[in-house]
Each structure stands twice: as C-alpha cells, then as structure tokens.
Design a protein around this ligand. Sequence first.
Ligand SMILES: [Zn+2]
Ligand SMILES: [Zn+2]
Length: 389
Amino acid sequence: MTITSTTWARDSHDLFDYECRHANTKNFRTAADQNSIKMVRQGVEVRALTESETVPSDHDYLLRLQQRDGQFTVFPAEKTAGLASPKRLWMVVRDLATRGHNLNEGDIIKLGRFKLRVRQCNHTDSDSMAELRLDDEGSILKVDDINSEHLKTTPCKICLLDGCEDDYLIAPCACKGSIRYVHLECLRTWIRGRLNLQENQRGSYFYKQLPCELCKANYPSMVEIEGKRVPLVPIPKTQAPFLVLENMVRDTQVHSNRGLHVISLAENKLLKLGRGHESDVRIADVSISRCHATIRYDKGNFVLEDHCSKFGTLVAIKKNRVVEQGFPLSIQVGRSVLSFAVEDGAGGQEENQPVVAEGAQGPVGENSASSPRRSLMQNIFGASAPGSA
Ligand SMILES: [Zn+2]
Ligand SMILES: [Zn+2]
C-alpha cells in the first residue's frame, strides 16, 4: 500500500486548505510483513511508526493502519495516556473514485468547519408526500385536562381571552403567573408565522424549535393531547424524494437549538450547499465556499459531491474503513490529509523496497501513476517545484 500525506502549514480550526500552496507532502509504502502502523505528526512532519514504537508525547497520533490477510483497514487513533485525545477521521469526498458519496441516515457531513447530520432520507418509493419525523427526546408537553376548573378563568397570553372552551390552554414554557398559559391554536399561529413553513409548493422549509420571547425556554416540538402525540406545529408535507439535514451548531450540544433543513429534490434533483445566495442550504461562514457542495438524487441515492471547495467536503468515518484495491481513499485528520491506495499485485514490489514504512521523503511530485492525491498535488504545486519545507 502507498500512503501520501499532505499537511497544511497553517493550524486553524482543524481545517485543510485544498487550494493551498504551502503544504508538506510525504510518501510512504507499507512492507508486506507489516501488521500495523501508526501515522503520527509533529508540527507539519508526518511519520510512520511501527506497532511496537510508542508515540512521543510531543506528537499527534493521527490514525492506525492495519494489514490482515492482505486487507487494509484504517482505524482512528486509540486513546493514549499523555497524548491529546484522538481526532475524528473524515473521508474526503472529492478524492473518492466515484467522486461522490451515497448518503445514509446518520451520516455526518463537514463543510469547512460546519457540520450537518443526515437526519432523514425519504426516497420516491415511499409516500410521494411525507413528513419530517420529529422524535424528540423528552420534549413532549402533556396538555392539561380541558375541563379543569382553574383554567376557566385563566387568560391566554396571546389573545388575552379567558378559558379553554374552544381550545386547549397549555403552559409550554417556563413563564409563571398570569402569562403562563396560552391557547394551543394561538401559539401555533404565532410559530407558523415565525417559521414561515410554507415557502414553496414542494414543501421545502427550515424547521427550528423556537424559544419563548419572554423566558427564552424552547417550546416543545411535540404535544400530547388525550394520549395522542402530535407535533406542536403541524408539519407540512414534503414531496419525496426529500432530505432532512440537521445543523450541528458548534457552540451548543442542545438538540433543540439546531435547525432542520427539509429539502425536496422532486423537481430540481439537485440540492446546493454553500455561502452563495442561490444555495438551498446557505451557510454564512468564511470556511464555506460560494458553491461548496451539492447533493443530487440519482437512481435512489442521495449523492454528495464536492465542488472544488477550498476547505473540502467531508463525511465522518464511523468506526473504521477498509481500503480496497482500485478504490483509493483519502482521510482528513486535523490539518493533514492521508491518501491510501492498494497497489496492484501486492507483494511483488515490496522486495525491492525493504523499507519499514517510510518511503520517499520531502516534497515529492509524482512517484506513482496511481497516486490518489495526484490531482490535488497538481493543484497545489502546478508545474513548478514545491516551495514548502
Ligand atoms: Zn389565545
Ligand atoms: Zn415563556
């Protein structure tokens, strides 16, 4: 197997600049009898260690490559005492042999430093109109008995009318006293107006749990009325195929603060993600390119593709990943990209290369026609010699 490492000279938010001209590139080749190697980095210098070597404390442990019965598998670094906690491994979409990644529910996409989770994939073979699933953990509001005596003289804080003869009075937030209660329909109307849920006829919209303007507590996403759970705000139907992408806000772990992009691909078949105004999912962040990535619907798959974005389109590797012959794989970990490729006729070449794990060093142009980072390296260095150290 050959490994090419490229490290961005700058250290910024674990980003890698795919357009950069100052990157440190190094090539490695595994020996046939090598079971496991550890890829580590000190500064911009990536090194390969054998299984028995310990990672020096001033190094970052990037990942581990295992060879067993001719099969290569990439694992995240193990937690090691004295070292920084291991970073997540991200698959580089632009370097895939297929150029695209078929999305599944639960996938985490990273664009620049912004993350989105694939929360729901609705294909055409399901209902032609379907709904966003709201299965929110623990934010279900039980509606009080409509006949309860004290509610008859309780005012709604929106319409100021007493009682619940026509509608349920609910206490959906942390407000106390006379502003505690609100009619379900009054609240629904207010939220619907704020969310603007019917933006177009295909039923694409952005959903977010809203906070109460007074106490700032989030309104629940579901209510339970007479034993039946329904969304607090009726959810519009969306034309399949559609995709639900969840914002993973960096500075909060609170689920309810994350918004949900519900986007139908029935008409367009192409969903645009980027900083530009024409984007379906618009992310105003400096690490996002104007047209960063797209998701198209093709033969039953939602295919994520990169659009030569500056900071890349990545998909989180959940556990580990097998590298197969003919399918080179690039993995970004922090500010390094490691590209793995299984060579043809494994075994024969190693005899001439009795090296342990480290092959050619320093800035390298192309030493192998099958180098998976070839296109990237051409992008980086063009025709001239690399100027990095
Ligand atoms: Zn009311
Ligand atoms: Zn409140």
